[in-house]
Design a protein around this ligand. Structure first.
Ligand SMILES: NC(=O)c1ccc[n+]([C@@H]2O[C@H](COP(=O)([O-])OP(=O)(O)OC[C@H]3O[C@@H](n4cnc5c(N)ncnc54)[C@H](O)[C@@H]3O)[C@@H](O)[C@H]2O)c1
Length: 284
């Protein structure tokens, strides 16, 4: 019988605690391996350091080798990550190599699908090859990473999938056809993985931030200004935060904290969910 369906005294296993103390705190992921995509910057970097701080060995993958080197240096600096109990292993990987992506995920206990890219353009001007690349990196690669990761998770009766979706997985915005389509697709993929993974002790959830202070957002400001016909300095207040009740950008570390929670010992009943971190955007 699988871990998640075992009732009664074997509650530790049934709850997915995996032998860890119920209040394991920052070392709750001791002995676990995690793969974080898009780990070189922004949210991925914060997730990598947070999961390593919880004790996991984190395989940090990205196509950006310079960013990966910076991440590795950061993880080694004790003043940034004092006593980091886990480890960070950086590996260069372009996720459009889908076979390589699938292989990279073999054997991990935790998968964080985070890599992403954005282009802000009206549909009629949106380059088809960019649309295809966005869908490949943000939807097809997560599917292939799941294919690689699930057999090991199922075999051990425990696994955690966290998909960094977006408020744009739940709501649309003009000029973001590829991104909104990819994120809505990722929401569906996450729910299917939740249904299939449940009998095997594997959860799958989305985290849905509004605008986070990362390079992806910084790069978008000029694009948004052009698309909306306003000066760049008005983009954050008038476009990005227009529907957000909390009028500030989110910090990557806040998103990483939610990811660590979903990987932790108290969350085996949270699956197929989408955790909005949108400052009230979707409350409208
Ligand atoms: N920044 C935001 O406001 C925000 C809001 C909601 C959701 N998100 C999501 O969070 C995730 C991370 O975004 P971020 O803001 O940290 O962006 P970022 O640009 O800082 O990081 C994205 C990372 O993905 C990597 N990447 C892109 N294409 C790749 C490929 N083909 N192969 C390997 N790596 C690749 C990049 O090199 C980069 O390091 C994305 O999925 C994004 O959609 C971001």
């Amino acid at each position: 019988m699988s871990a998640s369906t075992t009732p009664g005294p074997a509650a530790g296993a049934a709850l997915g605690l995996g032998g860890r103390t119920a209040f394991g705190g920052r070392t709750a992921l001791d002995g676990r391996t995690a793969l974080v995509t898009g780990a070189a910057g922004g949210i991925g970097r914060a997730c990598t350091l947070r999961l390593a701080a919880a004790g996991a060995t984190v395989l940090a993958v990205d196509q950006d080798e310079k960013g990966l080197a910076e991440l590795a240096a950061l993880a080694a600096r004790t003043e940034v990550a004092p006593g980091l109990p886990g480890r960070v292993e950086a590996r260069a990987l372009d996720l459009t190599d889908l076979d390589a992506a699938e292989r990279a995920a073999e054997g991990v206990d935790i998968l964080v699908n985070n890599a992403g890219l954005q282009l802000v353009r009206p549909i009629e001007d949106f380059p088809p090859e960019v649309f295809s690349r966005v869908l490949t990196v943000m939807l097809e690669a997560p599917f292939r990473l799941l294919r690689g990761a699930l057999p090991h998770m199922y075999a051990q009766g425990w696994g955690r999938i966290v998909n960094i979706s977006s408020v744009h997985g739940l709501r649309a915005s003009a000029y973001k056809s590829a991104y909104v389509a990819a994120k809505h697709g990722l929401e569906g993929l996450s729910k299917v993985a939740a249904l299939e993974g449940a009998p095997h002790g594997v959860t799958s959830n989305c985290v849905n931030p509004g605008y986070v202070r990362t390079p992806l957002v910084e790069r978008q400001i000029a694009d948004q200004a052009a698309a909306h016909g306003i000066p760049p300095e008005r983009v954050i207040s008038e476009i990005m935060l227009a529907d957000t009740a909390v009028k500030r950008l989110i910090e990557p570390e806040e998103v990483a904290e939610a990811v660590a929670y979903l990987c932790g010992p108290h969350t085996s009943f949270i699956t197929g969910a989408s955790l909005a971190m949108d400052g009230g955007w979707t409350a409208h």
